[in-house]
Design a protein around this ligand. Sequence first.
Ligand code: TYM
Length: 341
Amino acid sequence: MADRIFSGIRPSGKLHLGNYLGAIKNWIELQNSPDTERAIFAVVDYHGITTPFDPETYRQQTLDTVLDFLAIGIDPKKSLLIRQSHIPEHTELAWIFNTITPVSWLERLPTYKEKLEESGKKYNHVGLLDYPVLMAADILIYKSNLVPIGDDQKAHIDITNEIAKKFNHMFGETFEPVKAYKAEGERIKSLQDSAKKMSKSGDEGIALIDFPDVIREKIKKAVTDSGHEVIFDPDKKPAISNLITIYHLLIKEVQPREPKEVEPLKFGIREIEKKYSGKTYIEFKNDLAEIIVNFLKPFQEKRKELEQDMTYVEDVLTESEEKAKLIASSTLTEIKQKMGL
Ligand code: TYM
């Protein structure tokens, strides 16, 4: 099967370990998969303006996110990297989808309710409600069928499929079903409150560009559960289980590849529990901090190099956006024909 991959991230703040483990890790895996026909990754800057943003710095923030993509391992030879606002077909298709999407589908979404609460109900504009329709357009304008995302975006994939089904029914078979591709790290929790997901703010998350000492400090301050045993039990010990998940997923990436025969066994959750049996949270946390620091080191070095070569970054975007635009405009032409536009 030839998969057509699409995914996106808002440029609202620094990327964090949740973004990496819940989404980008799989972007890299999928771009390298022989089953992938094409992969498109977007900085969704039109989504980013549905919550407060600073126009003075927003363009730079978008470019910073592209730098992050490149430095972490998105390969422009295998994937297209685009800015959503540079391909107007996304918003044009979103308008068309607006005319077939019942408001009630959007009003009941948890993400909408959360964002509304977060803003103290001050930000109840149409864009916030309509956010998933634009997301459906992002995915379907490229006729994508596989979307690597974290757990919080799952409901948006359901809506995408509802919209696609309704469009097919009204105007003729056009879109195939879309599947969410979810990661083991699909829901990385906040380091301060394991009832919340890791986000971009303060000590709650680890930004990919955090300095080593900042990382050590944040892990030291991360909340733990009562007791002192390093045991994976998401119900009874959600905080330490979250840290074990991060440990488990990152150690695979920092350990030397050789010797191959012992590698897979060493990193399972049970092996981690065994390694820290009889040891304290502090010992476990110290090791975890070093794993994160080591994991991020090559990324941070690569990012510094790329910062010196913004012409390269701009060239990657221009080339990707030209190619993406060809696919997007061909889908839009087909749709307009079907609709008599
Ligand atoms: P955004 O920018 O909030 O997050 C980007 C990706 O990171 C994942 N993620 C997490 N995964 C695990 N644990 C966490 N704590 C965590 N926090 C964030 C998200 O699930 C997401 O995959 N609406 C989207 C952006 C978007 C999009 C699209 C995605 C717009 N159009 C089309 C896919 C396809 C969003 O706001 O993601």
